[in-house]
Design a protein around this ligand. Structure first.
Ligand code: MLT
Ligand code: ZN
Length: 498
């Protein structure tokens, strides 16, 4: 048995360290302490935060999660729930104190049940999203949550951050896909709300509190999820549009013609095409000439005979006629469709390979997007000479990743030193437009101060009251989402953004 690191000892606690206690209860193999073993859990995937931890605990059962939490609660040890480590806001990374424990849910990875007739499944928190999609697919059903990171993100993290992705337009955020949850509370009690009922009006909807709470109110261990009929027909187009206004108009027209079959509507600027074709092997520009803006739109139906291509073609033809669409390519095969999506989904990776970037995950009402993009782009042009705008995303949801990359030849450090100033200007503008400074990536550690600035006083009071009620010792993901005074609190300082 390896010795416990000194960080695990509390001067006022029993001499036996918390790490030893957890190891005794959960078994030797459930606890990692060797620096090389725990290193992957200490840095977030953007490289913004580099934390320390007493140990990484890997429970296999809900009972083990419960035991670990109740021990940590008694000893006031901070617990950082950890899924696939794909947070954009450092939500799953411990602080630098070395006094926190990382609770990784990866071993709770069973699909507990699947009811094809009832259109539901129960998945444990550590299931990789793609495995949940595949389990549904094998039974002729669809689990519609779809994200660029679906091959590595875990459903527990998706739930804890209320993930969005590319099919929100038709199916909603993951919150809309949840029927029930199993959650371990800070004191180790288990909330058994895994019901698959579609109707259940019995008092407060307690489980909904945990969706988007980022592990600060409880640890989600399993969820009962909604399934949908499998998609049997798709029509996908990559179209050059005159401007953002034309994109929004095309979306409205498509929704009118295609009713609720429009499942994705993504906006890409020319620079996204340039970056992905340059940095991501195999990505090609589907259209010949260069244009300022593009949309990737997809219609989906569970009816194999639904005339989706006709609907899409007629909308594009009308927009070509009116000048809103300048050129378009319709996917003629699944391979072509995948190629369109590969371009869209590899934009974050292409941005990363191109150099330093500043990211803003904003949303405004869809109809106000064109004016927002106009004003925000003008501001960037005037104030960030060493940055290039890479604004793309889920226009159907009013959600843009209003990102900037360092311009060619620019000094990364100087560019990054503007991050606070740029973020303030963009978020203030978003606020003026009645929008959100975090549309789908959550708060994590990165945006705690932003929530304090833009959240309403009443909302913040309620959030603190809920936190106090569910986690009075402040052991759950300290320093994330809310700044609260607690023994296990972490500092929510902003990192250098890259
Ligand atoms: C995406 O839609 O690609 C992601 O949410 C990531 C990003 O902010 O770049
Ligand atoms: Zn996104």
């Amino acid at each position: 048995m390896s010795a416990s690191p000194p960080c695990a000892r509390r001067p006022d606690g029993p001499l036996r360290s918390i790490v030893d206690q957890i190891r005794e209860r959960l078994g030797e193999h459930a606890v990692l302490t060797a620096p090389a073993d725990i290193a992957p859990y200490l840095t977030d995937h953007r490289g913004l935060y580099h934390g320390r931890a007493c140990a990484v605990v890997l429970p296999r059962t809900v009972e083990q999660v419960s035991q670990a939490l109740s021990l940590c609660n008694e000893r006031r040890i901070g617990v950082v729930p950890h899924g696939g480590n794909t947070s954009y806001c450092g939500g799953a990374t411990p602080d630098e104190s070395g006094r926190q424990i990382v609770l990784a849910l990866a071993r709770l990875d069973r699909i507990r049940s699947l009811d094809a007739a009832g259109f539901t499944l129960v998945a444990e928190a550590g299931c990789i999203l793609r495995n949940v999609q595949s389990a549904a697919d094998e039974c002729g059903r669809l689990f519609p949550l779809s994200l660029g990171s679906e091959g590595s993100c875990q459903i527990g993290g998706n739930l804890a951050t209320n993930a969005g992705g590319t099919q929100v337009l038709r199916y909603g955020m993951i919150r809309d896909l949840v029927l029930g949850l199993e959650v371990v509370l800070a004191d180790g009690r288990v909330l058994p709300s895994l019901s698959a009922l579609r109707k259940d009006n019995t008092g407060y909807d307690v489980k909904s509190l945990f969706l988007g709470s980022e592990g600060t109110l409880g640890v989600i261990t399993a969820a009962s999820l909604k399934l949908y009929p499998k998609v049997r027909r798709l029509a996908t187009a990559f179209a050059a549009v005159r401007d953002v206004q034309a994109a929004v108009e095309l979306l409205a027209d498509l929704r009118e013609r295609g009713a609720d079959s429009v499942s994705s509507f993504e906006l890409l600027p020319r620079i996204a095409v340039d970056l992905t074709t340059r940095h991501i092997p195999g990505v090609v520009d589907p259209l010949g000439a260069r244009h300022a803006w593009y949309v990737l739109c997809e219609l989906a139906s569970s009816r194999a005979d639904e005339p989706l291509s006709e609907t899409l073609e007629s909308a594009l033809a009308a927009a070509l006629e009116s000048g809103g669409v300048l050129d378009a390519a319709l996917a003629q095969s699944e391979r072509e469709r995948e190629a369109f999506w590969r371009m869209r989904e590899s934009v974050p990776e292409a941005q990363r390979r191109d150099g330093a970037s500043l990211k803003h995950d904003i949303s405004v009402p869809v109809g106000r997007l064109p004016e927002f993009v106009r004003q925000a782009s003008e501001w960037v042009g005037q104030h960030v000479p060493d940055g290039r705008l890479v604004a793309y995303g889920h226009v159907g949801d009013g959600n843009l990743h209003f990102n900037l990359n360092q311009a060619p030849g620019a000094d990364a450090a100087t560019f990054l030193s503007r991050s606070d100033m740029v973020m303030r200007a963009i978020h203030d503008l978003v606020h003026d437009f009645g929008g959100s400074f975090s549309a789908e990536h959550g708060i994590g550690r990165l945006k705690v101060a932003e929530l304090e600035r833009y959240g309403s006083a009443v909302e913040l009071d309620l959030m603190r009251a809920i936190k106090q009620a569910l986690d009075p010792n402040g052991i759950l993901n300290p320093g994330k989402v809310l700044r609260v005074q607690s023994p296990a609190r972490a500092d929510a300082a902003r990192p250098r953004v890259r």
